[in-house]
Every structure is written in structure tokens, then in C-alpha cells.
Write a protein that binds this ligand. Structure first.
Ligand SMILES: [Zn+2]
Length: 117
């Protein structure tokens, strides 16, 4: 497991991931498959959050990942995971706003029904 407290330990891995541009596939929530553009090898990257401390960890099935070293597969999956999380947060906010608008509209309709002019 690699602690994901800040990007500094991942700096080299991020640079390599940016240059290699591997294919990252979403498998399930916090689970990604990273395909090496050079070898075609497939690695599984998983993320977890410690429920007690809130600290975040990542794990990759490659040799470096098994040795708890920051690998470029993990860096690539982090980028995709962050993008997906940002979309989820945005979608949740949009849904909340739509629900509030619908509630307001219902209240206005009820007021009109109770006070016909
Ligand atoms: Zn790896």
C-alpha cells in the first residue's frame, strides 16, 4: 500500500505516466485496470480510505507496487480516479440543486392551489 497523502512521492511516477499515456479502465468504484502501452501488461490499481483516520492509500499489482513503491500505473489511475470523483461531486451538487428547485416549485403550486385568485 502506498499512502496518498501528497503528490511529492508520486512526482516521478506522474511524470512517467504523463509521457507514456497508458490506458486506464474503470473496473469498479476505486478499482482500475492500467494497460502498459509498451508491454501490454495489465495491472490492477485499487484505492482505499481508512475509515478511522481518513487517510488514503493506493495499491498496484505490479512489481514496484507490491514493494510499496509509487509506480506510474498508480499515478495514472490516480488522475482518472480524481477526474471521476470530481464529476461525481459535481453531479451530486446538480442533483441537489434540481431537487431544491422541484421542492420550491411544488410549494409555489400548493400556494396557488390554496389561494386561487
Ligand atoms: Zn504499478
Amino acid at each position: 500500500m502506498i499512502a496518498l497523502t501528497n503528490a511529492a512521492p508520486l512526482a516521478n511516477a506522474i511524470r512517467k505516466a504523463k509521457s507514456l499515456r497508458p490506458r486506464v479502465q474503470f473496473v469498479a468504484f476505486r478499482v482500475y485496470q492500467v494497460i502498459s502501452p509498451c508491454s501490454g501488461n495489465v495491472y490492477r490499481v485499487t484505492f482505499s480510505v481508512n475509515p478511522q483516520t481518513g487517510s488514503r492509500q493506493g495499491h498496484c499489482t505490479c512489481r514496484a507496487g507490491v514493494e510499496a513503491m509509487a509506480c506510474w500505473h498508480l499515478a495514472a489511475a490516480v488522475a482518472v480516479h480524481q477526474a471521476i470523483q470530481a464529476v461525481r461531486v459535481h453531479a451530486k451538487a446538480q442533483l441537489e440543486a434540481a431537487r431544491e428547485s422541484a421542492k420550491e416549485l411544488r410549494r409555489e403550486r400548493e400556494m396557488v392551489a390554496l389561494n386561487p385568485s
